[in-house]
Design a protein. Structure first.
Length: 258
């Protein structure tokens, strides 16, 4: 348990649904929110990985529920929320983390691949956010944390659908604020920089790209998934009750410099 430095950051009594949380950034944030006192609803589309992650978090003493749905399956999302309702599990904190990357020049990009990235990274955040908000509004409180990217602001060649989806995440966060802040729901985003994740494995292994990231990042290094935890706890806690529509970059300074 991370001893809360102040009651502001204590998540005891809250439940957090983190999409794509059986590995990578989602797993790290789920563990961090659990350590701050939250019960966790783990999500993933791979049943084996989800069960393994749930067992590991339970072994660490955390309260864990499992919600194995595909974030592009609207019926599956609705059914998962209905199962949580029936089990008396109220989602107080939603982290829309699930996402995929697909690197290809646009002139070679199939429309189906474009749609797959947009559906997984952006439309899912709307659908899951809507289902969560429908339940948060009558309860009078909620926290939504959407996971953006440096590409929420700046494009990079060969990642168009990903960048467009993450630019959309930034504006969806602001749209959620426009409609839900009056119901005491704070919607914010985290913009990770170049992080050491499976999704970036090919980039990390590429010497030229690795050199570029370290040269372009003022911190001169890649970020670790656990380095998102503090910002996730902040945005999930009462410390951010008057903060909404913001995107906080955890990027070693990359978005701040030319
Ligand atoms: C890429 C990377 C990036 C990072 C991250 C940067 O191909 O450029 O996958 O998209 O993952 O989103 O903020």
């Amino acid at each position: 348990m991370i001893k809360a430095a102040s009651p502001f950051f204590d998540l005891t009594g809250r439940t957090a649904l983190v999409t794509g949380s059986s590995r990578g950034l989602g797993r790290a944030m789920a563990e961090g929110l659990a350590a701050a006192g939250a019960a966790i609803v783990l999500n993933g589309s791979n049943a084996g990985r989800l069960a393994e992650a749930a067992a590991e978090l339970r072994a660490a003493g955390h309260a864990v529920h499992e919600a194995g749905f595909d974030v592009t399956d609207e019926a599956g999302i609705v059914a998962a929320f209905e199962r949580l309702d029936a089990a008396g599990v109220a989602v107080d904190i939603l982290v829309n983390n699930a996402g995929i990357q697909f690197r290809k020049p646009m002139v070679e990009l199939a429309t189906a691949d474009w749609r797959r990235v947009i559906d997984t990274n952006l439309t899912s955040a709307f659908v899951i956010g809507r289902e969560a908000a429908r339940r948060m509004i009558p309860r009078g409180h909620g926290k939504i944390i959407n996971i953006g990217s440096l590409t929420s602001e700046l494009a990079r060649a060969t990642v168009a659908p990903y960048a467009v989806s993450k630019g959309g995440i930034k504006m969806l966060t602001q749209a959620m604020t426009a409609e839900w802040a009056g119901h005491n729901i704070q919607a914010n985003a985290i913009g990770p920089g170049y992080m050491l994740t499976d999704m970036n494995e090919a980039l990390i292994a590429n010497e030229a790209f690795d050199t570029w990231v370290k040269g372009r990042t003022p911190a001169r290094r890649w970020g670790r998934p656990d380095e998102l935890i503090g910002t996730a706890i902040y945005l999930a806690s009462s410390a951010s009750d008057y903060v909404s529509g913001q995107i906080i970059y955890v990027d070693g300074g990359m978005s701040s410099v030319l």
